[in-house]
Write a protein that binds this ligand. Structure first.
Ligand code: TXE
Length: 481
């Protein structure tokens, strides 16, 4: 089978890297190279920035309704090729096709629809200074902005950044992860099909340290929105700080699930299965540390393990629960944490090893869903982000201790609290150090709500008007009367 040739999208054209160099792109479920992507560098980034600068004035001064129409055309263009996008996302990332069809691609479409409409509803503020006059706040687009996204939810997170950036009237230079570039390439083919205005969106493929960093460093990039690892976030933040550049960082997580003894056990187990192993545990919101109140610990554990052992792993194109993890390197990283758990005194209750399916996927990168107990909440396995199908179980006696353990990591992204006691739920939610708290559920997302993390999980908030504020510059105008 011939390899798919992924191209950059610059100034409305689909082009190879100027250097002519390319990188290979592996299907993690088979271990085979299925596509080549441009190995771009700062020369390609410069062209993209120039195109975005030229397109800026027309795009930002366009009537809101025309901009709405353009962004909706992107959403409809993806919808029209829905099955192609689903298959591409699964092939590139290793995730089950049902998951891409249920979550990734519908959500990417929603992101465009949501922000197309958000820019028409985005209110401006005014403040009356009694006896003197009136202030009003103008919010203008920033100019050319950079959007950099990771591999775990490729089109979902790529669109979560570029949709508000475009809606707010900016032009964009974007870089998807080099590990999962396929659906952002398909998106650029949709833009080509609908004749999207040239230079408004530019997609440059390639390595983070070459392409991503060149975007972040360029003086004409007015803001950077990034999702990815905490270490990369630190590098980007330092560069932006030197240039006083606006930056939004959505980084790692080590999220706690706190299950009190008055929780609805069935529902808690059911949802904890999803929060642990959905997308092979590769969602920044996955709960990887499960704290269970002592009196129900054994009951929870036996039900949970029974359910985990019933999960199926294998060919993402079939009706399995877990597909492949994203790459061989990532598989090795996850396995090294399982080994570390053993060294740190943990007991593997189930899983704990790679999985080798029969047939088409025999060389793919799979890991059995893994549950570990017997670890201190302060050990490395319970402090560092593993980002795979690996969770730990830890009992707790009192609410105070559960909160202390939950807050003990450098991260603070998300938390799930399980209890029927309304008062306790609110009290614990207030004390948890994380940007997002769910009570008796997980991963319910309303796109209007602020999304982001505390501590080393990031800076700033995305979502709704938070994103519209990030991608605009406020200017106060005072009128004397
Ligand atoms: O992420 P990177 P990686 C976590 C997870 C994972 C770890 C590393 O624990 O194991 O991070 O994953 C671009 N300047 N998360 O290495 O490198 C890169 O090309 C500018 C959590 O894949 O941070 C890609 O487009 N850009 C997470 C993007 O940054 C740079 C999702 C993210 O890649 C760059 C993914 C640089 N110097 C991983 N270096 C989450 N929170 O959702 C890299 N990039």
């Amino acid at each position: 089978m011939s390899l798919i040739q992924i191209q950059n999208y610059i100034n409305g054209n689909l082009v190879d890297a100027i250097s002519g160099n390319a990188l290979s792109n592996v299907n993690p479920a088979t271990g085979e190279i299925f596509a080549m992507i441009p190995d771009s560098d700062s020369a390609d980034v410069l062209e993209a920035i120039e195109a975005a600068k030229c397109a800026q004035a027309d795009w930002s001064n366009m009537p809101m309704e025309t901009r709405f129409d353009w962004i909706m055309k992107i959403a409809n263009g993806i919808q029209a090729r829905f099955d192609e996008f689903v298959l591409a996302e699964s092939t590139d990332n290793g995730k089950p096709t049902w998951l891409a069809a249920q979550s990734d691609i519908p959500r990417a479409i929603s992101n465009f629809k949501f922000f197309a409409s958000a820019q028409m509803n985005f209110p401006s503020e005014s403040h009356h200074t009694p006896g003197q006059g009136l202030n009003y706040t103008l919010r203008r687009p920033l100019g050319v902005v950079g959007c950099i996204s990771p591999w775990n939810l490729p089109l979902y997170l790529f669109s979560w950044k570029i949709a508000p950036a475009l809606a707010a009237g900016n032009t964009v230079v974007a870089k998807p992860s080099e590990i999962t570039p396929y659906t952002s390439y398909l998106l650029s083919t949709v833009c080509k099909e609908i004749d999207f205005p040239k230079g408004v969106l530019n997609v440059v493929h390639g390595l983070g340290a070459k392409v991503g960093q060149a975007i972040v460093e360029h003086k004409d990039i007015k803001a950077v929105a990034f999702t990815g690892g905490t270490q990369t976030g630190r590098i980007i933040n330092e560069i932006c700080a030197r240039q006083f550049k606006k930056v939004s960082l959505e980084l790692g997580g080590k999220n706690p699930n706190i299950i009190f003894d008055d929780a609805n056990l069935e529902e808690a187990v059911d949802t904890t299965i999803r929060s642990s192993f959905n997308n092979q545990g590769q969602i920044c919101l996955c709960g990887s540390r499960i704290f269970v109140q002592e009196s129900i610990y054994e009951a929870f554990k036996s039900l949970f393990i029974k359910r985990v052992e019933a999960l199926t792993v294998g060919d993402p194109y079939t009706d399995i629960n877990l597909g492949a993890v994203v790459s061989q390197d990532h598989q090795q990283k996850i396995l090294s944490y399982i080994q570390l758990a053993k060294e740190e005194g943990g007991t593997i209750l189930t899983g704990g090893e790679a999985f080798h399916p029969e047939g088409r996927c025999k060389n793919g990168f799979f890991i059995k869903p893994t549950v570990i107990e017997g670890l201190s909440h302060l050990c490395r396995v319970n402090q560092e982000e593993i980002f795979g199908p690996v969770v730990t179980l830890t009992p707790f006696k009192s609410e105070v201790y559960a909160i202390e353990m939950a807050n003990s990591t450098p991260y603070g992204l998300a938390c799930s609290i399980w209890t029927q006691d309304v008062k306790k739920a609110h009290q614990v939610a207030e004390q948890i150090e994380s940007g997002i708290v769910w009570i008796n559920t997980w991963m319910v997302r309303d796109l209007r709500t602020p999304f982001g993390g505390m501590k080393e999980s990031g800076m700033g908030r995305e979502g709704g008007f938070e994103a519209m504020r990030f991608f605009t510059e406020p200017k106060n105008v005072f009128v004397k009367y």
